[in-house]
Design a protein around this ligand. Structure first.
Ligand SMILES: Cc1cc2nc3c(=O)[nH]c(=O)nc-3n(C[C@H](O)[C@H](O)[C@H](O)COP(=O)(O)OP(=O)(O)OC[C@H]3O[C@@H](n4cnc5c(N)ncnc54)[C@H](O)[C@@H]3O)c2cc1C
Length: 434
């Protein structure tokens, strides 16, 4: 076991490992224009995909970010791509009726296909690979539950998933910590930093103006659209798209009341011997499990490191504190990695919602897409594109997600006081396996 003082490599960095290949400084000296047809606030996947659609529709398009473009989750995530839909068909049907439930699941599938088509069509080099996901059952009961879901076939949105028993588990993953699991063959992996850099390039080529370190501080309706104050001066816009997800703040209080910001944490290990990586990750899958406070992990695209993420804290901001907690969980799964140190540790703020679904639409004339509940690599780009097209007047019915009621709680203003007790309860449930 590494001693606590030696858990970090001597060249440890408290930044995303992805930033080594895609450094964050991104300023082409663009100046904030006085007006634009479409203004997008937030330059992550949501904002950039929206901007690309608006610009392709022939509209002058500007995107601003409070930090450098991509500073948010879009260069910090684990690079795992799923359909981004958490509730199963039965739950969706119960809450929204069968027709909408089927449409939502189909759009989840469409979001997965959207990334693949986009990176292929735009020739973005970002290590996109359809590697499939192994979703481990952390209790025998969870295995049975997964097996029941696997057996339920719904015409039109087949996942193609299959079960792997505990006895055969080592063909997927070198651990005995799970009681078997389910494989989703269509899920994919990507280098999130390279993907974001590729999106920036496409947006610029389409004529989008990208203004960094330009926080919007106020937005007001006018006769012809909106007037927006920023730290770099005012700008007027005919249409505005809010793409701030886990960083949604007082600029848009109605949206702030509808998302729950929560920290998500990741470490990268130092390089590991190829034989060990081959034994632990024989199929190169992305990985997650059935725990309420899920762990998500994968080999790095070069298969030399483990990228290991989870919700080990709520709002911890010091990666030197969150890193060792993740390391302990990594070792619980793979005891033979006890001597492997952490080279990078980082965090970001994701946005949960009260119904665990993403949301998009128009609120008082402002378009928005957000609330990906920690699974937005595919969905953010997909719903961002739909909102870009809607703002450009190309889509009257941009997405069935616009039919979901974007709920809040009485007295909730964006500070989730209720999270600490719920997370403590989930942690206990996961630990005691009930
Ligand atoms: C550690 C971590 C791991 C994750 N792993 C995965 C994963 O493996 N798979 C997956 O599907 N999802 C994952 N996610 C979630 C995924 O990254 C996000 O859902 C997705 O990136 C959201 O993109 P976005 O563009 O909506 O928001 P972001 O990329 O967060 O961008 C929002 C931007 O808005 C800007 N902003 C906020 N307020 C203002 C303002 N007033 N003015 C100007 N700009 C403003 C911020 O500076 C920020 O750059 C992870 C997230 C984290 C943090």
């Amino acid at each position: 076991m590494v001693k606590s003082g030696e858990i970090f490599t001597p060249d440890f960095k408290p930044i995303p490992w992805w930033w080594e290949a895609s450094p964050r400084r991104d300023d082409d000296g663009a100046i904030l224009p006085q007006n634009t047809q479409v203004l997008i606030i937030g330059a992550g996947y949501t904002g950039l995909h929206a901007a690309i659609q608006a610009a392709r529709a022939g509209l002058s398009t500007t995107i601003i970010d409070a930090e450098d473009a991509g500073w948010g989750c879009s260069t910090r995530n684990g690079g795992q791509i799923s359909t981004s839909i958490k509730p199963n068909f039965e739950t969706l049907k119960k809450h929204h009726g069968e027709e909408l439930a089927i449409s939502l699941l189909k759009e989840g599938q469409a979001s997965l296909e959207h990334v693949e088509a986009f990176v292929r069509d735009e020739s973005i080099e970002c290590d996109f690979k359809v590697v499939g996901r192994f979703h481990g059952a952390h209790t025998p009961k969870q295995y049975e539950q997964l097996a029941r879901e696997c057996d339920t076939h719904h015409p039109g949105f087949e996942t193609g998933a299959w079960m792997v028993t505990r006895e055969r588990q080592h063909s997927e993953l070198g651990t005995d910590a799970y009681y078997g699991g389910m494989v989703f063959p269509h899920h994919a992996s990507i280098d999130p930093g390279k993907y974001h850099a590729g999106l920036l390039k496409v947006a610029r080529a389409e004529g989008v103006k990208i203004i960094n370190r330009c926080a919007a501080t106020a937005v007001a309706k006018t006769a012809h659209g909106f007037s927006i104050n920023t730290v770099k001066g005012p700008i007027s816009a005919e249409k505005v798209i809010i793409a701030t997800n886990g960083y949604t703040g007082a600029l848009t209080p109605r949206l702030q009341r509808r998302v729950i910001p929560i920290g998500s944490y990741v470490i990268a290990t130092e390089e590991i011997q190829a034989e060990t990586m081959d034994r632990l990750f024989p199929k190169n899958r992305i990985l997650s499990d059935t725990r309420k406070l899920v762990y998500y992990y994968r080999p790095s695209p070069d298969r030399k490191r483990v990228i290991f993420g989870g919700r080990v804290s709520l709002w911890e901001t010091d990666p030197r504190k969150s890193g060792p907690k993740l390391h302990a969980e990594l070792i619980n799964l793979f005891p033979e990695l006890r001597h492997v140190r952490i080279s990078h540790s980082w965090a970001g703020s994701v946005a949960f919602t009260f119904d665990t679904m993403a949301h998009c639409g128009e609120d008082n004339g402002l378009y928005y897409a957000m609330g990906y509940c920690g699974s937005g690599v595919g969905m953010a780009g997909y719903l961002g594109s739909r909102m870009g097209m809607a703002a450009a007047g190309l889509e009257q019915e941009p997405s069935c997600f616009t039919h979901l009621k974007f709920q809040t709680l009485p007295l909730y203003s964006g500070r989730p006081w209720f999270l600490a007790p719920s997370v403590a309860w989930y942690r206990l449930r996961d630990k005691l396996s009930f």
